[in-house]
Design a protein around this ligand. Sequence first.
Ligand code: FAD
Length: 412
Amino acid sequence: MTDSATSLHHRVVIAGGGTAGIPVAAALLKADPSLDVAVIEPSRDHYYQPGWTLVGGGDMRAEATRCAEADVMPAKAHWIRDTVAGFDPDANRVDLASGAAVTYDFLVVALGLQLDWGAIDGLKQTLGRNGVTSNYRFDLAPYTHELAQSLKDGDRALFTQPAMPIKCAGAPQKALYLTAATLRKRDVKAEVAFYNQGGAMFGVPAYARELDKVIAGYGATPYFKHSLIAVDGDRREATFDTDDGHVTRGFEMLHVVPPQSAPDVIKHSSLAGDAGWVSVDKNRLTHSRYDNVFALGDCTDTPNAKTMAAIRRQFPVVVAGLRRALGENVSPADDYDGYGACPLTVAHGKVLLAEFRYGGEVVSSFPLDPRKVRRIHWPLKAQFFPWLYWHVMLKGRDWHWPRPKPRPDLSA
Ligand code: FAD
C-alpha cells in the first residue's frame, strides 16, 4: 500500500474505501497483483455499520464495528488519503480537496450516501444530548442503549424514519424493537411510538404484515405519513409534518434517522441522474453514459435496498465487468438481480431475516419460511455476518453459498 497522490494517473481509480470500495480493490488486486489500482479515501477508520444496530441495543461493543482503514486497504492498492471534490468524467479526471487531480482509465464510484442531519431544524445542536440519539452514527449508537436503560415508567420514546431511499430501511424500526425489548426486560412501562414518513412498516408486503404484528406485540404505536421536521432539545419536543399539518410531541428519548441523499460531489457532477445518485445500468452497474465508469453501493440509483448485503452481490459484477473492460479473458458475472437483505432484530436474540430482490420479490437463502421470527438467525446477524464482512467480503472474496431462491408464493 502506498500513501500518496504522487502518481497522477492510475489505471483504475476507486472513489471511496468503504463497504463497497474495498472489496472491489481487493478482488481486482487478487486477480492481478500488478494492476495499478488507487483508492481515494480520507477516513482513518473503517466501519461495519450494520453492527451499529446491535451497539444501540447493547448487544455489541462499538469498538467491534471499527478498525483502522489501513488494516482493510489491500497491500498493493495506492491509497490516496484525500477527499473527492469533483468528478469530470469527460476528461477522465477526479479533482481532490487538496487541489491535486487524478486521472484514470477506469473509475469506480463507491462514495456511499450523505446523511442530511441539517435538513431537520434544531437537530444538529442537540444530537447526543437531551435524549436525542441515532444509531446512524458510530459515536451515538451507545447513547441509544444508555437511554433505553435510563427510561422510567410513563416516559416517551419516539423513533423516526425519513423518506426512502435510506441505507438499511429496516434500521429505524430495529432501534425501536431492541429498545422496547430492553424496556420489557427492565419491566419499565414507557410509551413507545414510531413516526414513519412512509405508509407501511416495510417496502415488501409479506414482511410488512409480519412487522405490523411485531410492533403491536410491544404495544408501540406506528404513525405513518409523519415526517420529522424539527427538534427542540431543551424542551424535548419533536415536530412532524403530516397531511393534517404539523404536530408536536414531547419525549424523553428520540431516536432519529436523518433524511439521506447522494453525496453533494456526485449531485453536482455529470455522473448524476435526475435524483442525484450515480446513474447506472441496474444489472451491470456500468454508468449509463460513460463506458469507463462503474458504480456500486449506496451512491447509485439502482432501485434495490441500500445494504451491505446488496454490495456483497454487486461487487463481483463490477469486478468481472472491469476485468473484461481491461481486456482480460474472464466470463461475465451473472447480472445483479437487486438482491438485498435486512436482518430485522425484533428482540434481543431474535431476527426476522428479510431477503428480497428487484420488484419486491421475496427470496430466501434457507428452506424455511423467511417471514418467521427465529432465534437461529440471531447468530447470523451478531456473529456470522460480521465475520463474513471482515474476513471474506473485504478480502474481495465472492461468497456464493447459499443461493437465495425465489419464493413466488410470498411475493404477492
Ligand atoms: P460506505 O460504507 O458508507 O462507504 C463510503 C466511503 O466513501 C466512506 O469510507 C467515506 O469515508 C468515503 N467517502 C465519502 N465521501 C467521500 C469523498 N468525497 N471523497 C472520498 N471518499 C469519500 N446493511 C446490511 O446489509 N444489513 C444490515 O443489517 C445493515 N444495517 C445497517 C444499520 C445502520 C445503522 C446503518 C447506518 C447501515 C446499515 N446497513 C446494513 C447498510 C450498510 O452499512 C451500507 O449499505 C453500506 O455500508 C454502504 O456501503 P458504501 O460503500 O456504499 O458506503
